[in-house]
Design a protein around this ligand. Structure first.
Ligand code: UGY
Ligand code: MN
Length: 246
């Protein structure tokens, strides 16, 4: 029998592991007939927000980006996205980046569709245009090997352009593949596992991780990961980029 007093989730000062077993649903005005789990947020000390939307029957997700831009990624299912008048049909592995000041509507959402969102307050850079809405499909994005290791592949979903102050990447590790070093960096991460499992080291603590789990890493949270199991481990992650500390 499972013991309900146990979980793999932890919330520390500069990192968190959030497994789905502890989810409590939130209501977001305009996001109707769905469950919303706010997984990472300023309330835990983060500078980003990461949510998971799971559609019920007749789900519609409507809103306007104000000071925060939002990146939507379809984990599974089907949805029609209308972003400031432009309409596209999205299914698993499709995404849309919605810059600040845009109306968005996701409609005709198939029940059970799951969408992950990353939100970041946009910091404009003098001399650079605010990015445009961007639709894409991760399946079409090349995944070159990472730092010369064929066991690791990195797909960069947003353009490498100084107008953007956030990146969203998909990192794939073959079983046994691991980060080539312990990363120690100023950038922050929010991530969710789309597939597989492995062991993450966060500030010298070791966590077993699997599909569905999310991680928050504050700036300078030391990080290392190795994949294990029968299939590659895959996570989608957010990173703040291209702005210097003041
Ligand atoms: O982009 C990154 O910093 C990435 N290599 N970090 C990570 O996967 N934890
Ligand atoms: Mn990193």
């Amino acid at each position: 029998m499972e013991i309900s007093a146990l979980t793999r989730s932890v919330v520390e000062r500069n990192h968190a592991v959030i497994a789905p077993d502890g989810y409590i649903n939130s209501k977001v005005p305009g996001w109707d007939n769905c469950t919303v789990n706010v997984i990472i947020n300023e309330q835990m000390g983060a500078n980003l927000c990461q949510t998971l939307i799971t559609a019920g029957k007749d789900c519609e997700v409507t809103g306007k980006t104000n000071e925060s831009q939002i990146f939507f990624y379809i984990i599974k299912g089907k949805v029609t996205a209308v972003i400031s008048g432009e309409t596209q049909l999205l299914s698993a592995s499709h995404f849309v980046y919605v810059p600040v000041g845009k109306h968005y509507k996701f409609k005709k959402i198939k029940e059970g569709t799951q969408i992950i969102t990353f939100h970041k307050r946009y910091e404009k850079l003098e001399g650079y245009e605010v990015p445009e809405t961007l639709f894409g499909n991760a399946a079409d994005v090349p995944g070159p090997e990472y730092l010369g290791d064929p066991a690791l592949r990195l797909q960069v979903l947003l353009p490498d352009h100084l107008g953007f102050d956030m990146a969203v990447n998909i990192f794939t590790y073959d079983s046994g593949g691991h980060l080539p070093m312990v990363e120690t960096h100023i950038m922050e991460h929010g991530l969710m596992y789309l597939q597989g499992q492995g062991v993450y080291m966060l500030d010298h603590k070791w966590y077993p991780i699997k599909k569905g789990d999310s991680i928050w890493m504050a700036p300078y949270c030391q990080q290392w990961f190795t994949a294990m199991g029968k299939e590659p481990a895959v996570y989608i992650y957010y990173k703040n980029v291209n702005r210097f500390p003041t």
